[in-house]
Design a protein around this ligand. Structure first.
Ligand SMILES: CC(C)(COP(=O)(O)OP(=O)(O)OC[C@H]1O[C@@H](n2cnc3c(N)ncnc32)[C@H](O)[C@@H]1OP(=O)(O)O)[C@@H](O)C(=O)NCCC(=O)NCCS
Length: 261
């Protein structure tokens, strides 16, 4: 299983959706998309991702924005049930996959999306950036109240634990279930944390229960459980075990706990 890591590109979006659907089939995702992911939701997600790619990509360690990495299996194609770009997507022609890209998309087994803020900012700068952000619409089938509540809780935690400091934020780490517990998540974490080390910044994330032990091994420390009442926004979650996210911070220069780094 030779796994390689490379930077993400828009042609990875179908693979990315496939992996999110597999990796997040439990947890909160079923409450975020209570009726499953429709074609309209996919079109929305692809368009948002493409917009983010065009407007918010960090291409160097001195530029704030998104850094995306994918892991792919050079040998064995993953399940060939990749979603292709939806027929009605207006950018379809622009991102129609070549046969070669389709083959590669089937080999993608993991995705990591990071956000880099390499310099300290003043509160005025942070407020100005937030005010200048274009309005964000939720996917048509998404539980918008739940997403807004999560977003508010995440923003409050970031404000509390990062404040004005520079940081690298792990927005999403998701591995194809067939490839979990084989070191793919660790490879993607290693790649991203190199940026934190080069930039001399702390790393920050909100961990699911399954992710937490892995992050602890990479030097992330628990801060506190993120506080929001899922069942209030998704009544179907009321009898489920609590959906908890642990806010974790990897201090500047932290090493792997097992000393193998
Ligand atoms: C959490 C997640 C990203 C981890 O990815 P992964 O590829 O399974 O991670 P790794 O294989 O590198 O490490 C996972 C565990 O397997 C162990 N492992 C790694 N390689 C292994 C191998 N060859 N054999 C056995 N175990 C192995 C690791 O030591 C680690 O153990 P730990 O959890 O006790 O620390 C993945 O499970 C996932 O996508 N989960 C669903 C989505 C999610 O919750 N994402 C996290 C959001 S914060």
């Amino acid at each position: 299983m030779p796994i390689q890591v490379r930077q993400g590109t828009p042609s990875d979006y179908p693979a990315r959706e496939r992996i999110f659907q597999g990796a997040f089939s439990a947890g909160l995702r079923p409450h975020i998309f209570p009726n499953g992911l429709t074609e309209a939701d996919l079109i929305h997600n692809f368009s948002e991702n493409l917009h983010g790619y065009k407007t918010n990509l960090s291409t160097s360690d001195t530029q704030a924005g998104q850094r995306i990495f994918v892991a792919y299996d050079t040998d064995t194609p993953a399940d060939p049930s990749d979603l292709l770009f939806p027929e009605a997507w207006e950018h379809r022609a622009e991102y129609e996959l070549s046969d070669e890209e389709k083959k590669v998309a089937k080999k993608i087994v993991g995705v990591a999306i990071w956000g880099l803020q390499p310099f300290a900012r003043t509160q005025e700068q942070i407020d100005k950036e937030a005010a200048e952000e274009p309005p964000h619409a939720h996917a048509p089938g998404a539980n918008g109240a739940l997403l807004d509540a999560m977003d508010a809780a995440m923003t409050a935690s970031k404000k509390k634990y990062i404040g004005l400091e520079p940081y690298l934020y792990l927005r999403v780490l998701a591995i194809d279930p067939a490839y979990q517990r084989r070191g793919v998540g660790s490879l993607l974490l290693d790649e991203g944390l190199k940026i934190a080390d080069r930039c001399n910044v702390q790393a920050y994330l909100e961990a699911t229960k399954v992710g937490r032990p892995l992050y602890a091994r990479f030097g992330f420390e628990d801060r506190e459980y993120m506080d929001f009442d899922v069942a209030r926004y998704a009544p179907a979650a009321k009898d489920e075990p609590q959906h908890e996210f642990m806010v974790m911070i990897r201090p500047v220069g932290a090493k792997k706990i097992d000393g193998k780094a």
